[in-house]
Write a protein that binds this ligand. Sequence first.
Ligand code: FMN
Length: 214
Amino acid sequence: MKVKPVVVVSFILAFVFVWSFSSYAADPIQLPSPQTEGGKPLMQTLKERMTIRTFGDAKLSMQTLSNLLWAAFGVNRPDGRRTAPSAKNWQEIDIYVATPDGLFLWDAQKNKLNPILTKDVRAMTGGQPYVKDAAVNLVYVADYSKVNAGGLDQNVLVGADTGFISENVYLYCASEGLATVVRANIDREALAKEMKLKPEQKIILAQSVGYPKK
Ligand SMILES: Cc1cc2nc3c(=O)[nH]c(=O)nc-3n(C[C@H](O)[C@H](O)[C@H](O)COP(=O)(O)O)c2cc1C
């Protein structure tokens, strides 16, 4: 059977269109520099820190997302150390960011969002119904290849390191009038599979962030 040239050309054009669109969607996102001045005074922020589980529709701007991630676990010193402490400075917790546009892995040093998936996996990041409504869901993933606890309980240290990051997010949200809830209720096996995690990577907690429902 002879295929007409017009069919071949159409097929090639369709392929190039789909390919260019998908590669566009998969480009890393450079976040704006975080705004590291201002915010509410610390004691007021502590007074207002709380869990809120109802989220409005508004998205976070790229600036707010950058500020949030910097507060969570950003680089705050020239030697690469971070806004949250980590046992032996392992810096073993990676923050994955689930948004309506896809799943990203945040590169703290470059302040970039590296695409992992182009689909919306927010609902999969937790077992409770409100999870899908949050503008972003942060997933805290420990890379155990960076963990060398000696005689200590590595899971305790990893859990503590995650808690510091989560509390930073709570404080940033209290300061900015955002709603947040940290969550252990996750189907870790299903989410790890969806996120294509390696065996040495373990999901510790997730945290929903968004604007509170009015
Ligand atoms: C380690 C940890 C795990 C949590 N897991 C969940 C969870 O899976 N789902 C949820 O709705 N809240 C979860 N929470 C939020 C707590 O329920 C909440 O912090 C607690 O009720 C106290 O409320 P507050 O944060 O406003 O002080 C968790 C909190 C922590 C510290």
